[in-house]
Design a protein around this ligand. Structure first.
Ligand SMILES: C[C@H](OP(=O)(O)OC[C@@H](O)[C@@H](O)[C@@H](O)CN1c2cc(O)ccc2Cc2c1[nH]c(=O)[nH]c2=O)C(=O)N[C@@H](CCC(=O)N[C@@H](CCC(=O)O)C(=O)O)C(=O)O
Ligand SMILES: CCCCCC(=O)CC
Length: 330
């Protein structure tokens, strides 16, 4: 499968207008896709933002010409109702044919707890995500009103009037082995994040393919997409510290426990050792080093990169891809 290079325009790290300008620039440089985080609270407190992703996507689609745009990712089970998620992305895809996707996953406390107070266990949230995807697909696919009583969601003669000509591609997030298998079973493509190449190669991708085969799908036609942060600066130490905004994502307890106050997340993030940042994120001084970093994940099986730009000079971090993209695309 052809390698695609996507740009992650972070709505937590940048003001929405700045993320929009980055998107326009990234399309001109030749990125294949643009991805936006769908958050209520951000992963950091100081100088953070947290714009609503769907509102931003409408503006980004209108401001660009052909680039594919998706959330990365939307949790369709607690603060959002899955029928409304389905309606939103069907509307956008009818307006911008072929250019809109949605990625879904089991959620994070920082987005759900502050506005609902609810935080079910991981297995329950995974189960809810599977049911939410069923609800979304029923509404997208049915030419008749749908009535459905699930364990978590209900439809009562619900009909989606505004549909696109083709279905919205659905990326399903799997971080753990069970999540990856569910992604293969219920998603069109895999989305993942924060995994070492060895884990991707030996666990995440095999589990995803196992799930796809069990569901009767051909895994060779399904993308392996991944969100990875990068920072590029001629001064290597500055490049490493550029990635600090996202260091909280390297603290596993953030997923296990009900941590939802960005100030608390930031306290944890600031304790992460710079060697951990170097190991898990891409830190580079020039295009040649960026190419090597991307190749490392390509070899592990990733074929759609959602690259989060944490470079001290953001435009430098985009423009360097004029040289990087031709070298890493097959
Ligand atoms: C926690 C793991 O679950 P999993 O379903 O695999 O992954 C969850 C993630 O997909 C979500 O949290 C997702 O919402 C995060 N996310 C995101 C994900 C991604 O791939 C790319 C970009 C983003 C950005 C983004 C996200 N979320 C948002 O709301 N908004 C965003 O913009 C996991 O580890 N699962 C394991 C099982 C873990 C488990 O059950 N542990 C139990 C104990 C089990 C035991 O001891 O036996 C426990 O911790 O209590 C798995 O195997 O699936
Ligand atoms: C382990 C890192 C997960 C990060 C997910 C996220 O919300 C980033 C936008």
């Amino acid at each position: 499968m052809k390698t695609q290079i996507g740009y992650f325009a972070s709505l937590e790290q940048y003001r929405p207008m700045d993320a929009l300008e980055q998107t326009i620039r990234a399309e001109k440089v030749g990125f294949d896709s643009v991805w936006a985080d769908d958050h209520f609270h951000p992963w950091y407190h100081d100088n953070a933002q947290s714009a609503q992703a769907w509102a931003w996507m409408g503006a980004a689609l209108q401001a660009t010409k052909k680039v594919f745009i998706s959330t990365c990712i939307t949790c369709p089970i607690i603060r959002y109702n899955p029928a409304i998620v389905a309606q939103t992305f069907a509307t956008l895809r009818q307006m911008y044919p072929g250019r809109v996707g949605v990625a879904v996953g089991a959620g994070e406390a920082m987005n759900e707890v502050p506005v609902t107070g609810e935080w079910p266990s991981v297995p329950v949230r995974q189960d809810m995500t599977v049911e939410a995807v069923k609800v979304m697909r029923m509404l997208w696919e049915s030419d008749k009103p749908v009535t459905f009583k699930g364990d978590y969601f209900t439809l009562d003669k619900a009909f989606m009037y505004t549909k696109p000509d083709d279905e919205v591609p659905l990326y399903f997030s799997g971080m753990g082995p069970k999540g990856a298998k569910l992604a293969g079973m219920y998603g069109d493509h895999l989305m993942t994040v924060a995994a070492a190449p060895s884990t991707l190669k030996n666990v995440t991708i095999p589990k995803f393919e196992e799930g796809a085969r069990e569901a009767g799908k051909d895994p060779s036609k399904m993308e392996h997409a991944m969100l990875i942060w990068y920072s590029v600066d001629p001064d290597y130490n500055k490049a490493v510290e550029g990635n600090r905004f996202w260091a909280g994502c390297l603290v596993p307890s953030m997923f296990k426990y009900k941590v939802y106050d960005p100030k608390e997340v930031q306290l944890h993030a600031n304790l992460v050792h710079c060697d951990t940042i170097k190991e898990n994120y891409m830190c580079a001084t020039d295009a040649e080093e960026m190419i090597k970093e991307i190749e490392r994940f390509k070899e592990a099986g990733i074929n759609h990169f959602c690259l989060g730009n944490s470079s001290p000079d953001v435009n430098f971090g985009i423009d360097i891809f004029k040289e990087v993209i031709p070298a890493v695309r097959d």
